[in-house]
Design a protein around this ligand. Structure first.
Ligand code: ZN
Length: 289
């Protein structure tokens, strides 16, 4: 028993030393700020609508649904895509413009690998938006590890549609292409923390399965209504089906038709063990708290 404790103490001091060395190296570095999180947390930066930048505890950067430069809710400070810094992976949930808006430009700028529904990836490659070797097709239920074995991304169902509409800038004529099937993503990080980005979706029964099977710690959930769940539906999914520790409402207020508000969502939730963060675009949170 005593020996075991000594062993643990030794291990602990070794870890402290290792962390001190890393901290010292960071303090003397002259290059760009280190992105490796020293607190072992997942950083979530919400940029409005469903656009989010995630930084893993090991410093990997994932951007989901980059709709930034034309997003009326993205703060001016973040309109320049270069401000996002390095991006390792871009995930897209479906083909609507308020989700794939900046995917081509951001991929070109960062060289990131883009992953999403197979049919959507095929269309984005055919349209010349993405180079074929940087567009990874995968399907619902598929687990992928584009950032190494410690981060797992699982594609899950969403109840929505997916088309890619391209408007010719000269003639203003629009053409619509198939965009595969819409999806959401579950991301499990190095520290075991699990985030569920639902994509655009209505309420569906398998959210109960997603809650039980994938057990997300944090859910980013749409509340705007019209194209997606309204606050009442989102509250039902949160309280009775997903039961996460944390929730961030999104996909509201960007356009007049997305009427739901975080206040209505919280009111519909009532007393619950889920902690809700009604944050603003441009805000950053770190999880677990
Ligand atoms: Zn949509």
């Amino acid at each position: 028993m005593e020996r075991h404790r000594r062993k643990l103490l030794k291990l602990g001091s070794g870890l402290c030393l290792a962390l001190a060395v890393v901290a010292a190296a960071c303090a003397t570095a002259t290059g760009p700020a280190p992105t490796v999180s020293m607190d072992g947390k997942v950083e979530v930066l919400w940029l409005g609508q469903a656009a989010v930048r995630l930084t893993s505890p090991g410093g990997k950067v994932i951007v989901i649904d980059p709709f930034i430069t034309q997003n009326p809710k993205t703060p001016a400070d973040w309109k320049d895509l270069a401000k996002l810094g390095k991006v390792d992976v871009i995930l897209v949930t479906h083909g609507h413009g308020d989700h794939v808006g900046d995917v081509a430009a951001l991929q070109k700028l960062t060289g990131a690998t883009v992953l999403g529904p197979a049919g959507l990836m095929a269309t984005l490659v055919d349209l010349g938006w993405l180079p074929a070797d940087k567009a990874v097709r995968f399907g619902k239920g598929g687990r992928v590890n584009p950032l190494g074995p410690q981060i797992t991304i699982t594609q899950v169902r969403a109840e929505h549609s997916s088309e890619v509409t391209v408007t010719d800038p000269a003639t203003k004529k629009s053409t619509t292409y198939p965009g595969g099937e819409p999806c959401g993503f579950i991301i499990e990080f190095e520290n075991g923390f699990r985030l569920y980005h639902t994509g655009d979706t209505g309420l569906f029964g398998d959210m109960r399965l997603i809650g039980r099977y994938y057990r997300p710690d944090l859910v980013m959930i749409p509340i705007g209504g019209h194209f997606v769940m309204d606050p009442r539906d989102a509250a039902y999914a949160t309280r009775h089906m997903l039961k996460p520790r944390y929730a961030i409402p999104f996909h509201y207020g960007t356009f007049p038709v997305l009427k739901g508000t975080p206040q209505e969502y919280q009111q519909a939730l009532g007393q619950t063990s889920t902690q809700v963060f009604p944050i603003n675009p441009g805000d950053t949170l770190k999880f677990p708290l």
